[in-house]
Design a protein around this ligand. Structure first.
Ligand code: ADP
Length: 408
């Protein structure tokens, strides 16, 4: 089945056309600056290896979808002859609140429930609604499926998702842990479980999705037991520009000390912290790594090292605490931009973890700094398997969409 995967942001729209029968990616691209000056589309035809980038006015997401369809069906850079060859559309949705615990076929009731998720992710939810509307206008009658980043985490028990605040705030505002990156955690944990020589129900896996945004999950028997992101994506480990877990009392303290508004302190924690805040110069792990490689003669060395060591420390703590929660550990998986590409971070996280049964294979790890396929980086004797598994959220979205449309 040919599925068009759509990831709609407020002024952008990413897409992929995937054949779920053969797991083939035919084309992918992005429309940017929708509704603004200089709107443009970048389209790649994967099979023929063609690429086009051109400015084209787009007032809204419906205009963007029309342009996407025009490129997909273009005789030269396209890959299908008409829209009829697209069987369904699968949307990536950032937040499904507590309303959605699995992917779902779009109908009016679903749209109404999605609108209620505005409370948790206002910008993203409005963008998704625009993307859905754009698809309805461009491809009326085509089945649409929503796949939620939060859904996989809905198996957590109340003791994992209720915060120890007055209970009324949970009831009144839905303040609880939701978690993010669920589609990625689901994909890599499912792939990992296939590699373990035991039934899924008996598996205990920690998945580390470490990118610009990062989250770690404890997945026992194929179900999320806990995850590091919380009510928002700010919680958990240190990230590119987010602070991750801090003592909550720091927030009112800083607001008074620096005379900050709630919006300003929120901005500091989300956009000026993490790698950027600690290093003082970059949110990108590649910049930090090259500075560390320069050695102490580089004046930025100390703070770059500190920024990376904080992340290492955070990840180790999550792996340890999640092993305790699950009463065991079969495998640790690294994925996403940093998890897949930064062999130095993987090494410093996994060293001195023999107590947990991790025997790290430094050579295998160092030999695969940029991993494009599943790679084992623990020794054969290691009780806990450590793997790098490149994530593929779009494939999960396409497969869920195909399954729902086929009535499975
Ligand atoms: P997002 O959370 O925005 O999806 P990514 O998963 O793309 O982010 O991760 C971005 C991070 O991954 C950056 O810190 C970047 O340095 C790192 N990264 C991405 N690609 C590479 C690469 N080829 N080599 C080293 N680091 C990489």
């Amino acid at each position: 089945m040919n599925i068009l995967v759509v990831n709609a942001g407020s002024s952008s729209l990413k897409y992929q056309l995937i054949d779920t029968d053969t797991d083939t990616l035919y084309a992918k691209g992005i429309c940017e600056r929708i509704g603004g000056e200089g709107a443009l589309i970048e389209h790649k035809q994967i099979v023929k290896g063609l690429k086009v980038k051109k400015e084209s006015p787009m007032q809204n997401h419906a205009d963007a979808m029309k342009l996407v369809v025009a490129h997909l069906t273009d005789p030269e850079v396209g890959c299908i002859s008409s829209m009829d060859e697209i069987q369904a559309i699968g949307h990536r949705v950032v937040h499904g609140g507590a309303y959605f615990s699995e992917s779902i076929l779009l109908n009016d009731d679903v749209v109404e429930k999605l609108k209620l998720c505005r409370d948790f992710a206002p910008l993203h939810t409005d963008a998704h609604l625009m993307g859905i509307k754009g698809c309805l206008e461009t491809m009326p009658g085509k089945p649409q499926v929503l796949v939620f980043d939060t859904a996989f985490h809905q198996t957590m028990a109340p003791e994992a998702y209720v915060y120890a605040l007055p209970y009324e705030y949970y009831e009144k505002y839905g303040i609880r842990r939701y978690g993010m990156h669920g589609t990625s955690h689901r994909y890599v944990s499912t792939e990992m479980a296939k590699l373990l020589d035991k039934p899924v129900e008996e598996t205990k896996i920690v998945t580390c999705h470490i990118g610009n945004g990062s989250s770690i999950s404890a997945i026992k028997g194929g179900k999320v037991m806990d995850t590091s992101m919380g009510f928002t994506p700010l919680a958990g480990v240190e990230m590119g520009t987010r602070c991750g877990d801090i003592d909550p009392a720091i927030v009112p303290y800083l607001m008074e000390a620096e005379n900050l508004t709630p919006a300003q302190v929120n901005d500091i924690m989300n956009k000026k912290s993490g790698f950027l805040g600690v290093s003082g110069f970059s949110s990108d792990s590649r910049d930090l790594e090259s500075t560390i490689n320069d050695g102490p003669s580089n004046p930025k060395y100390e703070r770059a090292s500190l920024a990376v060591n904080i992340l290492k420390h955070n990840i180790k703590k999550y792996i340890g605490s999640y092993a305790a929660l699950m009463n065991g550990l079969d495998a640790v998986v690294f994925t996403a931009g940093i998890g897949e590409n930064n062999s130095h971070l993987r090494e410093i996280v996994c060293e001195n973890m023999e107590f947990f049964g991790i025997e790290f294979d430094k050579e295998a790890n160092a030999a695969s700094p940029h991993v494009s396929e599943t790679t084992k980086i623990s020794t054969t004797a290691s009780k806990v398997a450590v793997y790098v598994i490149p994530t593929n959220e779009e494939l999960v979205i396409a497969k869920d969409t195909a399954a729902l449309v086929a009535g499975k």
